[in-house]
Design a protein around this ligand. Sequence first.
Ligand SMILES: [Zn+2]
Length: 379
Amino acid sequence: MSLRKYQICTNCIMDTSDSKISFDSGGRCEYCNNYHSNIVPNWHPDERGLREISAVVDKIKQDGKGRDHDCIIGISGGVDSSYVTYLAKAKFGLRPLLFHVDAGWNSQQAVNNIEKLVDGLELDLHTEVVDWQEMKDLQLAFFKAQVPHIDTPQDHAFFAALYKFAAKHGFKYVLTGANYSTECVREPLEWHYHAGDRRQLLDIHRKFGQRPLKTFPLTDIFTYKLYYQYFKGMKVVKPLNYIPFHKEEAMQELVDKYGWQKYAHKHYESRFTRFYEGYWLPKKFGYDKRRAHFSSLILTGQMSREEALNRIAQTAYNPDDLAQDFEYIATKLDLTVPELQQIMDGPNKSYKDYANAMTFIDMGTKILRALGIQRAIIR
Ligand SMILES: [Zn+2]
């Protein structure tokens, strides 16, 4: 895959499966160094953070007077968005509308978790169902394109539908579960390309799709970063960055209070995501997203490097689940198991093999980093 000599960070477990990773003379990677020089000094999950988020909460309440809901939260059923929901209602006293996108891959567990929160916290839920025929066509196009990021259709739909809905209904505040605590090491773009790149999505669909995208929710990263936020005055709030957020404890709190169910691994709330992260990426490309996730947990003191090394040495899937998921995914996409296998065995491509907006996104990322808005390394 790479002609580089293998190297793994001496502090976290990021390694040369990220082909552009750099290390200092002590063998520490750029993610570790960025964490200490750029994230830690600007991250205050303590009294200071609580003061800051309290001020934001007061403003949300004030601006939301007279409305049915004062903010909106996109919920997947995973731990991050679930915990934000709990915080917003139970701790902050906000009146969020929960917004869920059903792109056809939900696990029963995810659906149950959302229902438990809706009932337990007495919240309103709006569910948007993506037309499955269009979703299936686009999903299959991404498989045929042989790119790592076959989760783009699902991510794009979540993102686009949420922001479109929020803009249309005049929501000023979007609360998200994005956080440094479990995501301070971000996967490089070669593993996980921007789902918001509309140009790429449409190019792949043009080459491999068969059915026009008539209702599929589309947006692009510029509409989101510039238009919604600067022209429509929409604010994206990340409450988990202002409080101590410990993943295991947060999950346990949700289990105890609402009968929420834990997942074996981050993002396994969708059967598709489990297949994509647990098999497609590691098996076909040698990219293991757990590496970035565990590294984040090491840096934030939630996992030892030794435990991370032990866990990453084991495959994410047990073989029975894999066989079942493989067949499930093939059937849902109207493929036979051998046909899906044939796609798996095809030549690997990257986002660079298709039209993309990287030049502009790069420019935007540089500006956001210079302004201190973007602190995690994205490249
Ligand atoms: Zn490192």
